[in-house]
Design a protein around this ligand. Structure first.
Ligand code: NAG
Ligand code: NAG
Ligand code: NAG
Length: 500
């Protein structure tokens, strides 16, 4: 394992550069398209209330067009500290492009803000807590928003209150953002609630706190990333807090255009694959099973639980992997050399769990077959390098699990726990195979490793089926259409129950 730490930093830098080339091309294209749309919008605005003669680009009709001239207030929870560090490390421009493709919670909201701006909505952004007003990174991000015509206000000022009262729609991002309502709006809360859309990405007990979510029953709607999570919120709010969920909409996430461009570029994929395999000391013909937990920053929760943790199931993954090697030996099966890769490790954290994983590997003498990779925000190279993704989240699983649809975009079969969002993404037997959570799942997963190792055709077909499924349902434009239909309903609800 010492082998791949040598030169790793240079490797990462090199690839960051490479990735930047890939991304900067797609960004340039995206900017061109945006510029075209922007000038189109201006044309729209210039026509005032007259007949809109501005040309549509091709036949693309933006599903969010009805948001034109609506006033939208967006309430974001803070950018997490690790996100800020990441932005500081690389230039803001690269970080923005890279991280937005991963849908950091605040960045996902920012993308929605830009989408709404592009159809001529008026958008005001407030951040619940800013680390420090003078922070360079926060400043750059704010400027990025100002450049796109998003107004940025302090969360606590009178402007925020006035905007909340005037707005057609208020989007609260994450459960934690609920604290803002009472703290700032005070006696005005009841007037604002009927036009609030609450976007929730969390699924852990400590978010079911009255102080965060007591106003939930009275908002116009809640938007949640998976049906399983929505069900869970319904149960928990009723049973633990005795409150009812408002109208709840499930909106699955979609793959960004940037990620799809890498996934569909066979040259980029080959380059990344060779680089990563070389750095791990793995041959091209070897078979790589990986569990990847980049820190997604999708929400405060994801940030806390990211990386290596029992909830993500890396321990059970290693046990299954070891069991599969034994099975192969016992049955004298002819399969390629198998490796397990764990992305999202952080030895500097020195947790008991991390040590336990490493000790297991030593004890079973599988050091040559198991590779730990430090946590990273950039998953594309690993997706390009591996053969099978394992989604081994335990207990209730993932709220959605973005990595699953990202892996499918790279034509990888997924071996996943039958829990959480995974069950809504992976079709058992077609795009991957599911196994039970907990210790009961270990043997099934081990057998699934062997199945995919011995049946090359089946493995490749599953990857292709996964890719088709992503193209059918988990793309950015699917998400945009769904969000548009939610916004439409929420605006209608707001109109029919003013000042409830
Ligand atoms: C991973 O991170 C740790 C500390 O954060 C560092 O000591 C180690 O060199 C890194 N490993 C690699 C392979 O870069
Ligand atoms: C919600 O509660 C019902 C009955 O109380 C139960 O059958 C169901 O499994 C629960 N769903 C979740 C997601 O916890
Ligand atoms: C998943 O599919 C496999 C094979 O197609 C099957 O053996 C297994 O029982 C299925 N598991 C579930 C939970 O449906």
């Amino acid at each position: 394992m010492a082998k791949h730490s040598v030169g790793w930093i240079t490797f990462q830098k090199r690839w960051l550069l490479k990735l930047f080339v890939v991304f900067s091309m797609s960004t340039a294209i995206a900017l061109l398209i945006r510029a075209a749309f922007d000038s189109c919008d201006r044309h729209y605005e210039d026509t005032e209330n007259g007949i809109h003669l501005a040309p549509q680009i091709g036949s693309i009709k933006n599903p969010l067009d009805f948001m034109k001239s609506k006033l939208v207030l967006m309430v974001s929870h803070e950018l997490s500290l690790s996100a800020l560090d990441f932005f500081r490390e690389v230039s803001v421009e690269i970080a923005y492009v890279t991280a937005s493709s991963l849908y950091c919670g605040p960045l996902l909201l920012m993308e929605l803000a830009f989408l709404l701006r592009s159809v001529g909505a008026e958008v005001v952004w407030i951040t619940n807590q800013k680390p420090t007003a003078t922070d360079e990174v926060v400043y750059s991000l704010e400027h990025k928003m100002l450049d796109r015509g998003v107004q940025v206000f302090s969360a606590k000022g009178q402007e925020a209150i006035d905007t909340a009262l005037k707005a057609d729609l208020v989007v609260l991002n994450t459960a934690v953002a609920g604290k803002w309502l009472d703290a700032v709006l005070k006696e005005n809360v009841p007037r604002v609630l009927p036009k609030v859309l609450w976007w929730i990405h969390e699924m852990r007990g400590h978010y079911f706190k009255v102080e965060y979510v007591k106003h939930l029953p009275f908002v116009a709607g809640a938007m949640i990333d998976s049906h399983t999570t929505a069900e869970y919120w319904k149960n928990r709010t009723r049973e633990r807090l005795g409150i009812r969920m408002p109208e709840t909409y499930v909106v699955h996430l979609g793959n960004s255009k940037e990620l799809m461009e890498v996934a569909e570029d066979s040259v980029a994929k080959r380059v990344l694959r060779e680089h990563v395999r070389e750095s791990l000391g793995v041959r091209n013909e070897d078979l790589l099973f990986a569990i990847i937990n980049s820190f997604y920053l999708l929400s405060t929760e994801n940030y806390i639980t990211a990386g290596v943790s029992r909830g993500k199931g890396q321990d059970l993954f290693l046990r299954s992997f070891h069991e599969s090697l034994q099975l192969i030996q016992e049955k004298k099966l002819k399969v390629p050399l198998m490796h397990a890769v764990i992305v999202g490790s952080d030895m500097s954290a020195q947790t008991k769990f991390e040590t336990e994983l490493r000790n297991f590997v030593i004890e079973k003498k599988i050091q040559g077959r198991v590779h730990f990779v430090n946590k990273t925000l950039t998953v594309a190279p690993y997706l390009a390098a591996i053969d099978v993704l394992v989604q081994n989240s335990q207990a209730r699983g993932e709220c959605f699990g973005r990595i699953t649809i990202e892996a499918m975009a790279f034509q990888l079969p997924v071996l996943g726990t039958a829990a959480g969002g995974t069950t809504e993404i992976v079709v058992n037997g077609s795009t991957g195979l599911v196994h039970p959570v907990g210790k009961e799942g270990v043997t099934t997963l081990a057998k699934n490793f062997v199945k995919l190792a011995t049946h090359v055709e089946r493995r490749l077909t599953m990857g292709k089926k996964g890719y088709e499924r992503v193209k059918e349902r988990f793309m950015e434009h699917h998400m945009a259409h769904r969000i548009a239909s939610v916004l439409k309903e929420v605006l209608q609800n707001a109109k029919s129950h003013p000042h409830s």
